[in-house]
Design a protein. Structure first.
Length: 133
């Protein structure tokens, strides 16, 4: 997958204020902001670069107020979604980002359902949805 690199000005011009704050500045949107995600089969893509990230079939209701998935579209191999340590807010969490453009997506926690036991807690503003055709 080819890396996507843009200047700060290019990201600001492309993204909404909230999408810029979340994806480029490691922000978090308010919980419950995206409770209307499509239920149809399809793929969630990075709002910044369009890379496929999560499949609708792996989405579940976590009760957290953010879209949650059991795994990235290519499994937990780390090809589409990368991880890094986040020590903000006096906590140690695992941040997840788009490997193609380094957009901050959210965090992954070890309290999800089968088959992975993982909960990828993702900011909805970091995603776009493409239905299956």
């Amino acid at each position: 997958m080819d890396k996507v690199t843009k200047s700060d000005a290019e990201w600001r011009a492309q993204l909404s204020d909230l999408a810029y704050k979340v994806t480029r500045r490691h922000g978090t949107e308010r919980a419950g902001t995206h409770d209307d995600f499509p239920k149809a089969p399809g793929t969630f893509h990075c709002v910044c670069c369009g890379a496929p990230l999560f499949d609708q079939a792996d989405k579940f209701e976590s009760g957290t107020g953010w879209p949650s998935f059991t795994r990235p579209v290519d499994g937990v191999s780390g090809e589409s979604v990368g991880e890094s340590v986040d020590r903000s807010f006096f906590m140690r969490r695992t941040e997840v980002h788009c490997n193609r453009c380094e957009a901050h997506l959210g965090h992954v926690f070890p309290d999800g359902p089968a088959p992975t036991g993982l909960r990828y807690c993702i900011n909805g503003v970091a995603l776009t949805f493409e239905p299956e055709t």
